[in-house]
Design a protein around this ligand. Structure first.
Ligand SMILES: [Zn+2]
Ligand SMILES: [Zn+2]
Length: 405
């Protein structure tokens, strides 16, 4: 304890503003002091984070722990107005308090905050990025889905008018994804939407089409086919199974599951599962899943399969920070693109993901020559969302706000 006490005394001197003395002791390094104890659960979660931080940032950052339960540390805790544990105080190289945080904070949370404060740190987190696509998208515009950038099959194509002219979608599902993230004109868009007849490929109004609603045997993922004639739908139903439904029933099914962050329609089979207080929600992409923390103000458990292999990545949050990641090597891909002004913005929810490690991420990027973006820590993914204002959360992922199109 002696050592910590000496440090503690220095901290008091910092507080008193005894600059010269302190600077000598601090070796001119920034410092984070965690006030906690060995009993409280968030404090216990801090211990490995602090140990890793201390080892990885040796020579760049001082990391200290003050056990407030120890009698000799009580005056120190009082001096620093510690109201709850754990509390972390950040001191710059001159010994001035520059930030404090109450509650659990992760190692990457501490590092990202220091980076924001301009500290010179040892490199951390993934480094991989690709900002220029590896191939040119030669596909004609009417063969690229406006929502997901996937190929458009003429037998399932949906066409909708927008302010910028007609756009094409790969499927009925992506029509509902689009409707659920439009900021206005939802009914007018729905009314004007045309969908290809599954037999002839001829466009028919979506509102009056007959749909065959089925399910993939292996995954439970819905399958949707549109028909101009009910008799044709019936023929296919007899061969393939499923239920014949009208537009209204299809719409209710399609809009039943929504992203807990941005409200987009989702198929649970495609997206991240988010457990909140024992209930289930969904993240239409890995980053949206993290966004449920800012939207609900609650702790999350996020289950997102690796984008390459489908291996599980499980992330838990506590008080707005990542408290555990399984496996520990997991990273996030932030898909981004240049907009018309040449500024990088998110490439949209269909271009994001988590991976069990940076290697899998690199392989996935190699397999997808059109994807651009960078690897980031999962904590960064959460921080980006936690930094949003309520107004920004409301506009998140909405058409015109998110995708650079
Ligand atoms: Zn699509
Ligand atoms: Zn979403």
């Amino acid at each position: 304890m002696g050592h910590k006490l000496v440090i503690g005394v220095c901290v008091i001197l910092v507080w008193l503003g005894a600059g010269a003395l302190v600077a000598a002791d601090l070796n001119g390094l920034p410092k984070v002091v965690d006030f906690g104890d060995k009993v409280c659960i968030p404090c216990q979660l801090m211990a490995p984070a602090l140990a890793e931080l201390k080892a990885e940032q040796a020579g760049k950052l001082q990391v200290e722990f003050v056990a407030v339960g120890e009698k000799e540390n009580l005056p120190l805790a009082e001096k620093h107005r510690i109201n709850m544990i754990p509390t972390q105080i950040f001191f710059d190289a001159t010994g001035k308090e520059v930030w404090r945080h109450e509650g659990f904070i992760s190692k990457h949370g501490i590092l990202l905050k220091w980076k924001e404060l301009g500290a010179d740190l040892n490199a951390f987190g993934p480094t991989f990025k690709r900002l220029e696509a590896a191939a040119k998208d030669e596909r004609p515009k009417d063969q690229v889905c406006f929502m997901c950038d996937g190929d458009v099959d003429p037998k399932t194509m949906v066409t909708v008018p927008t302010e910028k002219g007609k756009v094409h979608l790969c499927s009925a599902h992506h029509l509902f994804v689009m409707l659920s993230c439009l900021q206005k004109d939802v009914e007018a868009t729905e009314k004007a939407a045309e969908i290809a007849d599954a037999v002839s490929g001829k466009p028919i109004p979506a509102l009056t089409a007959t749909f065959l609603y089925g399910m993939e045997e292996k995954t439970g993922r819905p399958t949707v086919k549109a028909f101009a004639e009910r008799a044709e739908a019936e023929k296919v139903r007899q061969a393939e199974g499923g239920s014949i439904v009208g537009y209204e029933v299809l719409k209710r099914k399609e809009l039943a599951n929504r992203c807990g962050f941005c409200d987009r329609a989702v198929y649970p089979e495609d997206v991240a599962l988010v457990k909140i207080d024992g209930l289930y929600s969904w993240g239409c992409c890995a980053h949206c899943a993290m966004g449920c923390a800012v939207r609900t103000g609650k702790d999350l458990e996020v289950h997102q399969p690796d984008g390459l292999t489908g291996e599980p990545v499980t992330v838990k949050t506590l008080g707005g920070y990542v408290s555990s990641i399984e496996p520990k090597t997991a990273v996030a891909w932030f898909g981004k693109r240049k907009n018309a002004e040449g500024k990088f913005v998110t490439a949209g929810c269909f271009h994001q993901g988590f991976f069990v490690n940076e290697e899998n991420l690199k392989k996935w990027v190699e397999q997808h020559p059109l994807e651009t973006g960078e690897a980031i820590t999962i904590e960064q993914s959460l921080r980006d969302k936690m930094a949003l204002s309520p107004g920004q959360v409301q506009k998140a992922c909405k058409i015109g706000e998110c995708s650079p199109k």
